[in-house]
Write a protein that binds this ligand. Structure first.
Ligand SMILES: [Zn+2]
Length: 331
């Protein structure tokens, strides 16, 4: 207990002992003061996206879907959550549209970032203005009601995300995770999982038992330097090869790479995952790349697609057919 709250407690006890009114008012005032003191600053703590997007050499097929993107704010319209673990620079819908125009992508799945807490309006508003071109992944918790789930579903939400990362607040309580899974399963949703490689093996039996499909983000966030035979990666490949409920996002090479742009050391990993689940792999930019150490250029990321999937038939699956099936886009 810090000095302030101890003092508040003592004051409360004294008031209570004296039978004085106003105890709860005192406690409330104290709570308010503490909330104010704890409010994070709106100054960005992470890098902005690269504003000079390269025009990619690779032309994506018609209807290609960027299955992993975020929109940040603007904070003035969609305030960042008080509980956030980082503060992004605003990366609003207009900026996102410009990015996609530049890289030749017309459809997207917008994943609500932890900075927006459980306020999913930033996503549902973007979807509402997209004429069917966007779908979303929401942040929800075990208190979500059927009424809210129905409204989100009607608003184009196809699943919800769980981050099992120390940096983003640690592992969710598994009882709460299961409670959410139980609630969403009647709505055709899937779960989107941001896992650290160290816990993949531990999660394999849990994932195999899930009653809903699940998507693993960023190729399991393994490090390319660890090689193709590293245990978390072999466990991941085996899981997605054998479990029909699994989907894998071929995203985040900039997070995996040891060699840096153009991230060619990640190609064998992407190829192995695509070969393991050619019908259940997905591609995305991860724009605006929250919490990366070095900001990638999205044009460079697009030019990796034909390296990851040299066969145009596989590109069509990765970019169009697979996401259309999972997220329910018009085909
Ligand atoms: Zn992301």
């Amino acid at each position: 207990m810090n000095t302030i709250s101890r003092r508040a407690c003592l004051a409360g006890l004294t008031a209570a002992a004296a039978g004085l009114p106003g105890l709860s008012a005192l406690a409330q005032a104290q709570e308010k003061a503490q909330e104010k003191a704890a409010a994070p600053s709106s100054a960005p703590t992470i890098l902005p996206p690269d504003p000079n997007t390269k025009t990619p050499d690779y032309k994506a097929p018609a209807g290609a879907v960027d299955t992993h993107t975020h929109i940040f704010g603007p904070n003035s319209k969609y305030p960042y959550a008080q509980t956030r673990s980082y503060t992004p620079p605003d990366a609003p819908l207009e900026m996102f549209r410009e990015l996609h125009a530049k890289i030749g992508i017309t459809r997207a799945v917008i994943v609500n970032a932890t900075v927006h807490g459980r306020d999913n309006r930033v996503i549902t508003d973007a979807i509402a203005q997209s004429n069917g071109a966007y779908k979303g992944i929401a942040n929800v918790d075990e208190t979500i009601t059927d009424k809210e789930l129905l409204a989100l579903t009607e608003g184009g939400i196809k699943g919800c995300r769980f981050t099992f990362l120390g940096r983003l607040g640690g592992r969710p309580d598994m009882a709460k995770f299961n409670a959410v899974v139980d609630k969403i399963k009647g709505y055709g949703w899937h779960v989107d999982l941001y896992l650290e490689p160290e816990i993949i093996a531990e999660f394999v039996p849990i994932l195999r038992q899930l009653p809903v499909p699940y998507v693993i983000d960023h190729m399991g966030t393994v490090k390319a330097a660890g090689g193709l035979e590293q245990k978390p990666f072999t466990a991941l490949v085996e899981l997605i090869r054998t479990d029909d409920k699994s989907w894998i996002k071929i995203t985040g090479p900039e997070r995996m790479s040891a060699t840096g742009a153009p991230y060619l050391d990640t190609v064998p990993f992407a190829q192995a995952l695509i070969a393991a689940a050619p019908e259940r792999c997905l591609w995305g930019t991860d724009w605006p790349h929250p919490n990366v150490k070095t900001m990638p250029n999205d044009g460079v990321l697009v030019d990796l697609i034909p390296q990851f999937a040299p066969d145009p038939k596989q590109q069509q699956k990765l970019l169009v057919d697979n996401p259309v099936r999972l997220f329910g886009f018009a085909s």
